[in-house]
Design a protein around this ligand. Structure first.
Ligand code: NI
Length: 170
């Protein structure tokens, strides 16, 4: 199976590592100016509230942190898939500040690792049960695309809560 990034349209020709770095400054800055009440808002009925999107971003950061390091250190590495919704069900954390600070710390050290990656390592391959053979370049693209996808949802929540009539609670 050839890897296809489901978020390719969202990252277009931008450098994934630049996107990962941009999110590190953008996300906490954005959340800092949010009123506490906005964290329980959602962008559409039945969708995750903002504080749950933040926990999900932390989960993805945890998983991708491990995948990056395993790929760098383990010959014939095959990733273990994870079910994001099952992780969400197992965890009731609703502290957005805690999620954001844990996510920020992880993202910062992951950026150090990405930026120091020797040129040859970008082609380092590993197996994913759904995506097939992936390289670290693919992992960076998937990771960055997921950032953009979730940031768009947070932005939609912010825009929704600005106009009174369309306020959705979730
Ligand atoms: Ni996701």
């Amino acid at each position: 199976v050839a890897f296809v990034n489901p978020y390719q349209a969202l990252i277009d020709r931008r450098d994934p590592v630049q996107i990962l770095e941009h999110t590190l400054s953008e996300l906490p800055a954005q959340m800092r100016i949010w009123a506490q009440s906005r964290f329980v808002d959602t962008y559409a009925p039945g969708k995750r509230a903002a504080h749950r999107i933040l926990l999900h971003l932390l989960h993805v950061e945890l998983v991708d942190s491990v995948r990056l390091r395993m790929a760098l250190s383990t010959p014939d590495y095959a990733v273990q898939p994870f079910e994001p919704d099952a992780w969400m069900r197992a965890e009731s954390l609703d502290s957005s500040p805690m999620a954001i600070s844990a996510w920020s710390a992880l993202r910062a050290i992951n950026l150090v690792l990405w930026k120091a990656l020797p040129a040859l390592e970008w082609n380092r391959a590993f197996q994913h049960p759904e995506y097939g053979t992936m390289t670290l370049r693919d992992l960076a693209g998937l990771w960055a695309g997921h950032d953009v996808h979730r940031l768009n949802q947070l932005r939609a929540i912010e825009e929704g809560s600005r106009c009174e009539g369309s306020r959705i609670k979730g």
